[in-house]
Design a protein around this ligand. Sequence first.
Ligand code: ADP
Length: 277
Amino acid sequence: MMENTADANTPLPPASLSDTSSDTATAHADAPDASNRLEDEFLAIISHELRSPLAAIKGYAATLRRQGHRIGRAERDEFLQAIDEASDRLELLISRMMQLSRLEAGALMPHPVPVDSVQLIREALAAAEYRWGSYPSLAPSHTYTFEMPSQAPMPTVLADLRLQREVLDIVLENTVKYSPGGGLVRVTLDTDGAMLTIGIRDQGIGMSSDHLERIFDRFYRVDARLTREVGGVGLGLAICKRIMALQGGAIWAESEPGVGSTFYMTLPLAQPSDERQ
Ligand code: ADP
């Protein structure tokens, strides 16, 4: 089931706020596939997702301004942190919404060039290792190890370097966000002579099969509680899906609850051959 988490991303503001809540995000999950209705629901979701963090910012800021003299230092820090987090969320939401709408409108088109797939993935893994190798805001003791096969095939693929790197960054970030106990993130590479398949496997919370297609829908999230803890706006995989399709590839997932997930991405080889490489 889709969960709406926008207003739950920060603790409840102390000031009374105008009612910005709405059931529309939940309704979206079960909406029939009629394009005008989807459009209305998309607009309703956007307005809800934008208003919730804004309401938190306004509530905390108003309380600090009106009652600042009565608020202790610790509480003040907590309010400021909530404002900071809600602002980050708004920023992410707006940039991801802009990117998705540009992709959907054809205003952001990939320009595929021959790319060394192994180098591309190694760079993404190195950045992930640097950023997430230990992820203190989740839990200081959790570590994440990123691993690439040493004997990986090295085909040159046709990809837009920047956009493909963004896809890898989103998928790698998710392996960490949805592995609250830490663990190993393993990459596999495979070719069939026409396409390269990249597999990224984690040892995280996984998900049941009924979510596997819907996680690529806009704003679809499996677990509101975890999303609240780690942040996220439910647009990353929708962006990935569009970028992969526009490059002539695809993205999909396999998963087992409590065991982990594997995300697969395919890209066309720059020089297809009949032989398996
Ligand atoms: P976000 O992470 O911002 O919520 P995404 O579009 O990247 O949005 O992912 C959509 C949802 O798919 C997530 O909220 C989560 O429920 C699920 N998901 C994505 N990656 C993983 C993963 N590696 N393991 C488990 N669940 C995942």
